[in-house]
Write a protein that binds this ligand. Structure first.
Ligand SMILES: *[C@@H]1O[C@H](CO)[C@@H](O)[C@H](O)[C@H]1NC(C)=O
Ligand SMILES: *[C@@H]1O[C@H](CO)[C@@H](O)[C@H](O)[C@H]1NC(C)=O
Ligand SMILES: *[C@@H]1O[C@H](CO)[C@@H](O)[C@H](O)[C@H]1NC(C)=O
Length: 847
């Protein structure tokens, strides 16, 4: 099995073979600070002090350019050999992720990984992803060659006896988990069964210091080192039937733990070794967003008895109860100290409870002094991520600070004063936890310094003003006046505010005019906003209807016209913030762009067609057919020359200097995705081109000579996940600087660090001037029917060229023919057409 880094190296070697030389770049994260997204798990290694992982922190460890390695469903750190680290990876259990999952195996604490394929999907981004925490993947602390993995999607419990190299199902395990959040969900996201969750937790009967962390794999006692641990607990996502099982013979047979209460879903199971107690938190939802009731229970192993220790949520404890419980932890240095987090107490704030007597009594992080005044038994600092603010959910009564979606809560196994917890937004914690019990005034700080978890939707780098503006998932986005300090609180966008910004554009003749579009419910306001001051302040675009959101956006050169390819309502256009009107001449999924100089000119592309509008986006007509392209990706527009456009597609890269009347197919790229034009190498020269492409290998490339020579700018250590879907922007002020947005690892910026290789004179690296003839479709007609692709194709003449990509074969009837990360055939067998079902999956359906 090749390691991931050697796979990446192979791709780059291949790229060099075809003439794309490389240049050293430095890559750094644009500093946002404080994470930025749900933190489903935090894991301390139980035997090595100071070794902690949070499930999203492992992303930087995964450097391979394969998208579905980025969803981490579970993580296990080896209590015997702390250098061993395991990740269960895969994004979705439904069709959104066509690939099966993997266990990634590291023997060097995450520096390199070897994938071990699983025969089923793994859903790191599914409902219930916070359940079970690290324990969905567990290492036997007595025999660390043995691992268990609790799979989702009804696949049951799996076991490896060779350090994760191969896996077999534990057929003796009686349940695969039947709970589904919403059986009626036709897209499969909410209707997939949740994982076998939690655990396996190895239960000690006597406590060995070298494996001390209860919530992880803990040394068992009924066994001894070198022999598989006999007693194992496993939680399962069931409601109303057994949901906690136990084995006392190392997994040969399993029985229900007697006396258990199956009213709610178990979320976390944590062992307190010296108490010989299993603590369990429960919620009536799978999370991470839901849950309206729950419980906390403990199981005394010696006496086989359960005790309900749910914090008595009366008004002194912020009650009554209206949430379930998630994060759960014990202080291994002080037996009897237990903490549990409300999974989703949305109002007035999150809640965490701490007990010093094994759950007999609890003290909360806040309570009501007299409604609506809260007593806060903590103080809060946002200094590492000022944009989170002193009260980070604006407008919520009670100065929301503690958080929500709190599935991960850990006390450092070596230091009872050090704690961390994950929220829907970031990681909080502190180093004076015991002041909770003494001064009743614990400190909570945003601690995710150096962690960038955001999912980047779009990036722009206007020719004047800030170097970068980002559209981010969950936390809107920012104007990045600095790349090295986190944005200030004043940089949080308002009017309107929505969680995810889908796209951005700037007006070429008025670069401080910016448009952004959002993805959110209508209560968050119109989903289009315009700024005339470079993104500092915004106004809602009242031309937008309330129920329309998402997609892509382009703003005209003077900034008065917005063209909007919405998520579900087709392409719309509006001038002077008048009501958006349908653009019937464009397909609903068209790629769109604005000319940066001529206010009347917009561009679009779909299937194999390139479209032009010269009337401010009201009507479009097909101008050209770009070879055998099926899937247009991006139209990148020259920042200062009208009509100079670049188009990327599954068929490569095309350039026009006459508004699309003719195109040149660029030799080299066999497929290209995102693209941007940046500052030229020499003043007054043609902009540097940056493209994510396959040029003898998939990577990021720059050309300083309009595509004649390509230089690879990423290296084996910087794959950035999914090359084909990462947005990019090029700096128009700093030559060579490019910004790459990732899905879950924030924004990287790259600067030239090494000398550029000399231009190649070999024919393979030379631009071929294959001019595609222009279409005969009348450009003035708005009656062109774009959805009829066969009509469009036949109206243009495509010269076949020697630069056509090699055939990659034909996909069969109903077979996959595309989607993010898909490398197989994209052309369907006769009688079938490749149709995108979603971002991740295209299928051959009858024509
Ligand atoms: C089980 O738990 C639920 C919720 O906490 C509680 O209402 C119920 O009384 C419990 N059942 C038993 C038999 O203890
Ligand atoms: C809690 O501690 C902080 C920091 O030392 C202090 O500013 C604050 O006044 C304290 N709160 C109370 C109620 O004593
Ligand atoms: C913008 O483009 C249109 C269509 O080609 C043209 O008629 C018009 O003159 C151009 N406007 C300017 C200011 O160049």
């Amino acid at each position: 099995m090749p390691s991931l880094s050697s796979l990446a190296a192979l791709a780059i070697t291949a790229a060099r073979l075809v003439g794309a030389a490389s240049q050293a770049y430095t890559w750094k994260n644009v500093k946002i600070g404080g994470g930025g997204g749900f933190v489903p798990g935090i894991v301390f290694n139980p035997s090595q002090k100071g070794l902690a992982f949070c499930r999203y922190v492992v992303h930087p460890l995964i450097k391979h350019a394969r998208w579905n390695y980025w969803g981490v469903a579970a993580l296990a750190t080896d209590p015997v050999q702390p250098n061993r680290l395991y990740l269960a990876v895969g994004e979705y259990l439904n069709s959104w992720d066509p690939n099966n999952g993997n266990i990634l195996i590291s023997t060097d604490t995450g520096a390199t990984f070897t994938p071990s394929p699983l025969p089923f999907k793994v859903g790191g981004n599914m409902p219930g992803r916070g359940m079970g925490e690290q324990q969905r993947l567990a290492v036997d602390p007595n025999l660390n060659s043995v691992l268990y993995f609790g799979a989702g999607g009804g696949k049951g419990l799996w076991k490896s006896t060779n350090f994760g190299a191969s896996w077999t199902q534990v057929t003796a395990f009686p349940s695969v988990g039947t709970y589904v959040p919403d059986a009626s969900d036709s897209n499969g996201y909410n209707s997939a069964p949740i994982y076998v969750l939690s655990l396996p937790t190895y239960l000690p009967t006597d406590f060995h210091l070298q494996v001390s962390h209860g919530s992880l794999s803990t040394r068992c006692t009924s066994g001894s080192s070198g022999t598989a641990t006999p007693r194992i607990f496993v939680g399962v996502a069931n409601v109303g039937t057994t949901n906690i099982y136990m084995s006392t013979n190392a997994g040969s047979s399993w029985t229900a733990v007697p006396g258990q209460n199956t009213t709610y879903l178990p979320h976390k199971g944590v062992l307190s070794p010296s108490e010989k107690v299993l603590y369990v938190s429960y919620s009536n939802g799978a999370g991470p967003y839901d849950g309206t009731l729950g419980a906390v229970m403990k199981y005394n192993i010696a006496t086989s008895t359960w005790t309900d220790i749910t914090p008595v949520v009366d008004s002194s404890l912020g009650g009554p109860l209206y949430y379930g419980f998630g994060g759960l932890t014990v202080d291994l240095q002080t037996p009897g100290t237990v903490m549990v987090a409300a999974l989703n107490s949305w109002w007035p704030d999150g809640q965490i409870f701490r007990s010093l007597n094994s759950g007999s009594t609890w003290s909360p992080l806040w309570n009501w002094q007299s409604y609506p005044t809260m007593n806060k038994f903590y103080h809060y600092s946002d200094s590492l991520a000022p944009w989170i603010g002193p009260n980070y959910v604006d407008g919520t009564p009670g100065n929301t600070q503690i958080g929500w979606m709190m599935e991960s809560l850990q006390i450092d196994p070596f230091d009872g004063n050090h704690w961390l917890y994950g929220t829907g937004e970031t990681i909080y914690g502190g180093r004076d936890l015991k002041t909770w019990d003494t001064k009743h005034n614990v400190s909570i700080s945003s601690l995710a310094d150096g962690i960038e978890e955001t999912s980047v939707q779009a990036l722009i780098s206007p020719p004047s003003g800030p170097p970068l503006i980002s559209a981010l998932g969950d936390i809107q986005g920012f104007v990045h006046n600095s790349l090295t300090t986190p944005p200030p609180l004043s940089g949080v966008w308002s009017n309107p505010q929505w969680s995810t910004t889908a796209d951005l554009d700037y007006a070429g003749n008025a670069p401080s005019t910016i448009v952004r579009i959002g993805t959110g419910d209508s209560s968050q306001g119109k989903q289009v906003a315009i700024s005339n001051d470079g993104g500092a302040t915004w106004a809602q675009d009242y031309g937008a209807a309330d129920n329309v959101q998402g997609g892509k956006v382009a703003i005209s050169a003077n900034g008065d016209t917005v063209l909007w390819r919405t998520a579900g309502q087709g392409v719309l256009v509006s001038q002077y913030t008048n009501a958006f009107a349908a653009v019937s001449s464009l397909p609903a999924a068209a790629v769109i762009a604005s000319d940066k100089r001529n206010n009347s000119v917009f561009y679009a592309a779909y299937a194999s067609s390139f479209y032009l509008s010269t009337d401010g986006g009201k009507t479009f007509a097909v101008k050209a057919t770009l070879g055998s392209s099926n899937n247009m990706q991006k139209i990148a527009v020259h920042p200062s020359v009208t009509g100079d456009v670049w188009v990327t597609s599954d068929n490569g890269l095309f350039h026009s200097t006459n508004m699309g009347s003719t195109f040149t197919k660029i030799s080299g790229p066999t497929a290209a995705w995102q693209m941007a034009l940046g500052a030229p190498k020499t003043a007054g020269g043609y902009p540097a081109l940056f493209v994510a492409a396959n040029i003898g290998g998939i990577g990021y490339f720059r050309s300083d000579d309009q595509g004649t020579n390509w230089i690879q700018i990423n290296d084996a250590a910087h794959g950035f996940g999914s090359v084909s879907s990462n947005p990019i922007a090029a700096d128009l002020k700093t030559y060579g600087r490019v910004y790459i947005g990732t899905n879950g690892r924030g924004i990287f910026y790259g600067d030239v660090a090494g000398t550029a290789p000399p231009p190649s004179s070999s024919s393979s690296a030379t631009r071929s001037s294959t001019v595609l003839s222009s279409s005969t479709v009348k450009s003035s007609s708005s009656s062109v029917k774009p959805s009829s692709s066969s009509t469009v194709k036949s109206s243009s003449t495509v010269s076949s060229t020697t630069s056509a990509p090699p055939s990659t074969g034909t996909a069969g009837a109903y077979a996959q023919c595309g989607g993010q990360g898909w490398t197989g055939p994209t052309v369907c067998t006769s009688g079938f057409t490749c149709v995108a079902q979603n971002t991740f999956y295209s299928q051959c359906v009858p024509s």
